[in-house]
Design a protein around this ligand. Structure first.
Ligand code: 26Q
Length: 787
């Protein structure tokens, strides 16, 4: 019997035994769960086989506090090559596949770029047959879900596990105990299959859930102390309860430290246990394990490894240090000073006293080494323990053999300025790994229409695993017939999004207008406020001159602000106020529409990237380490309006500056002007700028008496105790940004030339596959081989 028949049988019995009814009588969610259970019976034996093929070989491990996986159903069906049969099977029951697909909650166990990168890496490694296993936390609640009330962001818990997660398997037999000074906690692993394209390799994502060793105290219960009887259970389960939003104010929270140590300790125990099943000792651990630290969040792995080797296995220090440094590698994702992780010594000492002693010893050894190298006066530039804090980035550089940035300019900034001291000490440790994205999710799955055209023209679907193939399409850049097909597809995607936005946001947008899209976390450095100022300026110009010659525009925003990040939330409110003003003004004749979509996440992104005409990548130069949304737009044939920052630089290197809309200060320009920058000059002198700025304070809009609009205004013209005025250079870049938008408007009118720009972007996106990135990690950092 073929798998389709088997799955049909399983669906019948599973819906009966689990939901107590026939499959056709189940609701969409129940149908989704039933279907996945049926698929898993087929997947699990293949998964087990796949794991055995790496036996005895070196493997890589990704330690990450975040995995932003999104939905798995379509991805797995495509990668197993089962999608059309399963669709057919559902049709036999007259079930619409799309409804079942939409019934799956996004697995939102991450904040943004860093978490989504981890997910793309897992997909690429499995597709390329590399042994890469992910380790992390199984948060009961992922990134909060977002609503707007009166234009303000309101957060709600994300109950993604409410109906269970049919893709994961609880592996109780692999549970371990994690020790804290205030008590021990159980770590229970849940394994999810990571299916590579073609289904040859199925790797594992192992996420740990925290549980109490003693779930229940019968003695207390009998004394009717019910709260006390479950105290252990509650205390333990808090550890994996909820994902922290990336809020710099959340720095130094004891629960976050517990999360970090919890998953790191459990993962290391897991690896060491498995290693000792095959070897007598840990002397060769580094020959079989390469562990990548996704930012500093899992850096406690370094002292923890030293503790295990020296305390538990009596290894001498230098030998243990050698194994540790050879095992670990570190990826830096940020240049923002305030985002560099530091932990108060007091916290570490009280929660993890022995681990802290390890850090002290590591720091002593570092100072010794500096002295030997004749750098004894400079030790304070390196010391891991400094003042009251532990500097995690320093620990990560010192305790690993590789430190990488995530785009060339980012790596250059690290080596030339932010981490220049360390670069001088260990130049051989620093390297660049420009980020990438998986084309399986971000083109094949999300844009089947364009995928089909590409496959037709290439006469093969090799691009799905070799994205450089797209380069061969560049020759069609002047082919009217092909470009028209491209434009038709873009239109279709725009129509779909217009439909979706009407339904979900209640806003009607013009599918023939320019879809101008900025989707990413709300952060000052990403400058959604600059975008908002431009919209408002355009609106006022239209009011002054209703005949203003412009192509209709729809400005689409999406993104979340960390709950404690007041300014980012203020920008959300400001955009929603602009939306109300603009969308309801009959005078401007629907020439501009503004939408801020609700609860932007991976699945919303899949709809938006492919429907975009223009991609907004407008961070202050030097601030966006890489960006990966920029790559998703490019791959779907969308030109960028952006600054020369992060991977934007490499995007225009590949696709040509003439096919994108570059504006604003560059990293070198900012270096030059930063000491004498006077935003007020631009505020006063740049035409129209004062008017839009002052809309924050002149009563044009309401901030619900929170004072946040005034605070935003002040942050630009007056600065604050912790920063100088307009630290992100909105005033300086405004005019140049507006001028770039005029170029966009102009270029869009010539449909052929516009399509050509889109096409060239798409044809040159090959570099930005995460397959390329993973090949580089595998060869240049991990030294692992394909199965
Ligand atoms: C810190 C302290 C307390 C709680 C949370 C955090 C925290 C959590 C997540 C701090 C930062 C993050 C995430 C950072 C991130 O996503 N960085 C982005 O990484 C992408 C992948 O490399 C880059 O493309 C982006 O440029 C970078 O901003």
């Amino acid at each position: 019997m073929d798998y389709k028949g088997k799955i049909q049988e399983r669906i019948k019995s599973y819906s009966l035994t689990t939901f107590g009814k026939k499959f056709i009588d189940c609701n969409d969610k129940e149908k989704y769960i039933t279907l996945v259970k049926g698929l898993m019976e087929e997947i699990v034996p293949k998964w087990n086989n796949s794991l055995s093929k790496y036996h005895g070989k070196k493997k890589a491990y990704y330690f990450s506090a975040e995995y932003l996986m999104g939905r798995a159903l379509s991805n797995n069906l495509i990668n197993m090559n089962w999608k059309s049969e399963i669709k057919g099977l559902l049709e036999e029951y007259q079930i619409d596949y799309n409804k079942i697909e939409e019934a799956e909650d996004d697995a939102g166990l991450g904040n943004g770029g860093l978490g989504r990168l981890a997910a793309c890496f897992l997909d690429s490694a499995a597709t390329l047959d590399y042994p890469l296993m992910g380790y992390g936390l199984r948060y009961e609640y992922g990134i909060f879900s977002q609503k707007f009330i009166d234009g303000f962001q309101v957060e709600k818990h994300d109950n993604w596990l409410e109906f269970g997660d049919p893709w994961s398997i609880r592996k109780s037999q692999d549970k371990v105990v994690v020790n804290f000074s205030d008590g021990d906690v159980l770590a229970i692993p849940y394994d999810t299959p990571i299916i590579g394209y073609g289904g040859n390799t199925i790797n594992t994502l192992r996420l740990w859930k925290a549980e109490a060793i003693r779930p229940f105290d019968l003695e207390e219960f009998n004394k009717q102390n019910y709260d006390l009887s479950v105290k252990d259970k509650n205390d333990a389960e808090y550890i994996s309860k909820v994902l922290y939003p990336n809020d710099s104010r959340e720095e130094g929270k004891i629960l976050r430290l517990k999360q970090q140590y919890f998953f790191v300790s459990a993962s290391l125990q897991d690896l060491i246990r498995k290693h000792l099943e095959n070897y007598d000792n840990l002397d060769n651990f580094h020959s079989l394990h390469g562990i990548q630290l996704n930012d500093t969040h899992p850096t406690v792995a370094i002292p923890e490894m030293m503790r295990i080797l020296t305390d538990e296995y009596d290894m001498e220090w230098d030998k243990a240090w050698n194994i540790t440094v050879k095992t670990f590698a570190y990826t830096n994702h940020t240049i923002l000073q305030e985002a560099l992780e530091q932990w108060p010594i007091k916290l570490y000492k009280s929660l993890l006293p022995r681990v802290y002693e390890m850090i002290e010893k590591i720091n002593e050894k570092l100072i010794e080494e500096l002295k030997e190298k004749g750098m004894s006066q400079k030790t304070e530039n390196y010391e891991i323990i400094s003042g009251d804090n532990i500097k995690m980035a320093y620990l990560a550089i010192y305790g690993t053999h590789s430190t990488n940035g995530v785009a060339q300019v980012h790596t250059d900034i690290l080596t030339e300025s932010e981490l220049n001291n360390w670069y001088k000490l260990y130049p051989e440790r620093f390297n660049n790994k420009t980020n990438g994205i998986t084309q399986r999710r971000w083109l094949l799955k999300s844009n089947p229409e364009l995928s089909d055209l590409i496959t037709d023209l290439l006469g093969s679907d090799k691009w799905i695993t070799n994205l450089e193939e797209l380069k061969k399409l560049e020759k069609y850049k002047d082919d009217e017939k092909i470009l028209n097909k491209f434009l038709d597809i873009k239109q279709k995607k725009k129509n779909q999004v217009a439909e979706y936005i009407k339904e979900n946001e209640g806003v009607e947008i013009d599918p023939n207008s320019i879809f101008d899209i900025q989707i990413k976390r709300f952060h000052e450095y990403k400058r959604q406020l600059l975008n908002a100022f431009h919209i408002l300026d355009l609106y006022y110009r239209l009011k002054d001159n209703p005949d203003l010659d412009m192509v209709n525009r729809t400005f689409i925003f999406g993104g979340k602000a960390a709950p404690g990040y007041e300014r980012a939330k203020g920008v959300i409110k400001f955009i929603n106020e602009i939306k109300e003003l603009v969308n309801n003004d009959k005078d401007i004749n629907e020439k501009i529409k503004v939408v801020l979509v609700t609860n932007y996440g991976v699945s919303y992104g899949e709809k938006l990237f492919s429907a975009a005409d223009i991609s907004e990548q407008i961070s202050t130069a030097g601030k966006e380490a890489s960006g990966t949304g920029n790559m998703k737009f490019m791959l779907n044939g969308t030109p960028t309006i952006g600054t020369l920052d992060g991977a934007n630089i490499e995007i225009v290197e590949e696709a040509g500056e003439e096919n994108n809309f570059i504006f604003g200060l560059k990293v070198e320009d900012i270096k030059e002007i930063e000491d004498s920058y006077n935003p007020t000059k631009y505020y006063k002198e740049v035409k129209g700028l004062k008017r839009v700025m002052d809309s924050l304070i002149d009563g044009t809009f309401s901030d619900g008496d929170t004072g946040i609009f005034k605070e935003l205004h002040d942050s630009i013209l007056k600065g604050a105790s912790w920063h100088s005025p307009d630290q992100y250079y909105l005033m300086k870049d405004f005019d140049s940004y507006r001028e770039a938008h005029k170029r966009v408007d102009n270029a869009f009118r010539n449909r052929r030339d516009w399509a050509k720009k889109c096409w060239i972007n798409m044809a040159n996106a090959g570099k930005f596959t995460s397959d390329r990135t993973i090949e580089q990690y595998a060869k240049e950092i991990w030294d692992i081989k394909k199965a």
